[in-house]
Design a protein around this ligand. Structure first.
Ligand SMILES: [Zn+2]
Length: 224
């Protein structure tokens, strides 16, 4: 009785804490890198998505900015050439699951397969850098962190979210990012037309505030 009470209350505690963005019971989860240096990483989720992703990449290249793309396996299968173009342009690639289904409940083996299959598609594109992970919607409870720990992957979240997926106006996105950014921030963005439209304002605004735009790996290297 006492034991089952303890187990259910610790289960409850884990459930509650796992609802927060950065708490994870095993393995490393990063929502912002602890540094004083004015560096920020722009991250783009859910691609590659065809023409909009190409426009996004060309705009980043025009702005001489390197970003990190959290790619979905089934999208890579659809756009393998675009995947290769992304890393050839100097951007970092990362894993955002295979099917983009929530990973806060479900089976450990499915999570393992999704992580492994998307990693292997990223490698088939010729990419050789480290591959971090971000869960769909950032959601996880107990099983996914265990899978990530076994796969020796960092779970990369974010601390700045301008809600571009809600069709937010580009000007408002720029304003949110410039207000919320701190040294070491990770910005959550997606391959979307309103995001492409916001990009120049965001990058120029961040640079005017003294920020250097870097990949997630370059940011992690600053961790104190
Ligand atoms: Zn996503």
């Amino acid at each position: 009785m006492l034991l089952s009470g303890l187990l259910s209350s610790s289960g409850y505690w884990l459930h509650q804490r796992s609802g927060t963005n950065s708490f994870q019971w095993i393995g490393e989860s990063v929502d912002r890198v602890s540094t004083q240096k004015p560096m920020v990483a722009l991250t783009f989720d859910d691609g590659p998505r065809g023409p909009v992703s190409r426009r996004l990449m060309l705009e980043l290249n025009r702005l001489n900015t390197k970003a990190t793309f959290f790619l979905v396996g089934r999208q890579i299968k659809q756009f393998p050439h675009l995947t290769t173009e992304l890393w050839r342009s100097g951007h970092q690639l990362a894993n955002h699951s295979f099917a983009h289904k929530a990973m806060d409940s479900g089976n450990l083996w499915r999570f393992w397969q999704e992580v492994r299959d998307t990693d292997s598609l990223i490698r088939q594109s010729g990419y050789t850098g480290p591959i971090h992970f971000r869960a769909p919607m950032g959601k996880k409870r107990l099983a996914l962190p265990l899978v990530l720990a076994l796969a020796q992957k960092k779970h990369i979240l974010w601390d700045v979210n301008p809600h571009d997926y809600k069709n937010t106006a580009p000007e408002l996105m720029v304003q949110t990012v410039l207000q919320k950014v701190r040294p070491g921030s990770i910005v959550l963005l997606h391959d979307r037309p309103n995001t492409v439209a916001a990009l120049a304002g965001m990058v120029e605004g961040l640079r005017a505030k003294g920020y250097q735009l870097v990949t997630v790996d370059q940011l992690l290297a600053q961790q104190r």
